[in-house]
Design a protein around this ligand. Structure first.
Ligand SMILES: Cc1ncc(COP(=O)(O)O)c(C=O)c1O
Length: 267
C-alpha cells in the first residue's frame, strides 16, 4: 500500500469550494492587510480557545517573539524553555536578547518537567515558556504554581496544540499568553505562513498588535520599535474556512495514530 507523507490535498479537496469562495471574497474586496477577514478570524479563534483576545501575526516564531517583547523581556533576562522542542521556542527568546535556559523533559510526556524548573530560576528569570508538544498539554497546574511563587510570566507555545485541552480548558488559555503557528502542517494550517497570539490581557494584546505593525497604535503614529508581522487577509479567510473543521480533523488524526499504535509492533 502506498502511504502518502503529509499530503494536504484530500483535506483541502473536502473544502475546496469554500476555499475558492474565500479567495474570491478577498479578491473582490481587494483589501489585503488588516481588514475584516483578519478581525473576524481573530474573534472566532479567541472564542474557540476560550480567551478574550487574539492577534494575528505572520508566523508562530513571531507570535512568541512579540509576546516576549510586549512583556519587556530582553537583554540580561532569562526565560525557562523546554530542552525538547522545535528550535523556534528558544530562538524567540534569543531574538529578544534574553537567554533561553533549558529544562529537561518528563519521560512520560516529553514535555518540560516541572520538578526541574525551580533549580534553574535565578534573579534574572522573567518567564517560563511551556510547549504542548504534539498536542499533549504540559503540566500547567504545576507550572502555574511555580510561576506564581516566583512572580514569573507563563507563555504557552501552542504551535502544535490547536484544540488540545488541559482539564477542560483549551491550549491558548492556560497561561498569560500563547503563541500559535498556522504553518500548513499544523492542526490548523494556513495555505502559507501565519500565526497568532491569544491572551486575556488587553494591554498585552494591544501591545503585540502595535509591535507587529511597525510599533504603530494608529496610522502613522509609532510608539514602539516594532516589526512587520501581520496575518494577511487571504490567509485569515482560509483559516476561517478551516477552523470549523478543526475538531473533526483532530479526531481523524487521533484515529490514524491509533491505527499506527495498533498496527505497528515494537520489537
Ligand atoms: C513548537 C513550535 N514552536 C514554534 C513553531 C514556529 O512556528 P512557525 O513555523 O509558524 O514560525 C513551531 C513550528 O514549526 C513549533 O512546532
Amino acid at each position: 500500500m502506498k502511504v502518502l507523507f503529509a499530503t494536504f490535498l484530500p483535506m483541502h479537496n473536502e473544502i475546496r469550494q469554500e476555499l475558492d469562495s474565500a479567495y474570491n471574497r478577498v479578491l473582490d474586496k481587494s483589501y489585503f492587510i488588516q481588514g475584516d477577514e483578519c478581525r473576524k478570524f481573530e474573534e472566532e479563534f479567541a472564542e474557540y480557545c476560550g480567551v478574550k483576545y487574539c492577534v494575528g501575526v505572520a508566523t508562530g516564531l513571531d507570535a512568541l517573539f512579540l509576546i516576549l517583547k510586549a512583556m519587556n523581556i530582553g537583554n540580561g533576562d532569562e526565560v525557562i524553555v523546554p530542552s525538547n522542542t522545535y528550535i523556534a521556542t528558544a530562538l524567540a527568546v534569543s531574538y529578544t536578547g534574553a537567554k533561553p535556559i533549558f529544562v529537561e523533559p518528563e519521560i512520560e510526556t516529553f514535555n518540560i518537567n516541572p520538578s526541574r524548573i525551580e533549580e534553574k530560576i535565578t534573579s534574572n528569570t522573567k518567564a517560563i515558556i511551556t510547549v504542548h508538544l504534539q498536542g499533549r498539554t504540559a503540566n500547567m497546574e504545576a507550572i502555574n504554581v511555580i510561576a506564581k511563587k516566583h512572580n514569573l510570566k507563563v507563555i504557552e507555545d501552542a504551535a502544535q496544540a490547536h484544540g488540545a485541552k488541559y482539564k477542560g480548558k483549551k491550549a491558548g488559555s492556560l497561561g498569560d499568553a500563547a503563541g500559535f503557528s498556522f504553518y500548513p502542517g499544523k492542526n490548523l494550517g494556513a495555505l502559507g505562513d501565519g500565526g497568532c497570539v491569544t491572551t486575556n490581557d488587553k494591554a498585552l494584546a494591544d501591545k503585540v498588535r502595535a509591535l507587529g505593525n511597525y510599533g504603530s497604535d494608529y496610522k502613522y503614529h509609532h510608539i514602539y520599535k516594532g516589526v512587520n508581522s501581520r496575518l494577511d487577509e487571504i490567509q485569515a479567510a482560509f483559516l476561517r474556512v478551516k477552523l470549523p473543521n478543526l475538531d473533526r480533523w483532530n479526531e481523524d488524526r487521533r484515529a490514524t495514530a491509533k491505527k499506527y499504535f495498533e498496527g505497528i509492533k515494537i520489537l
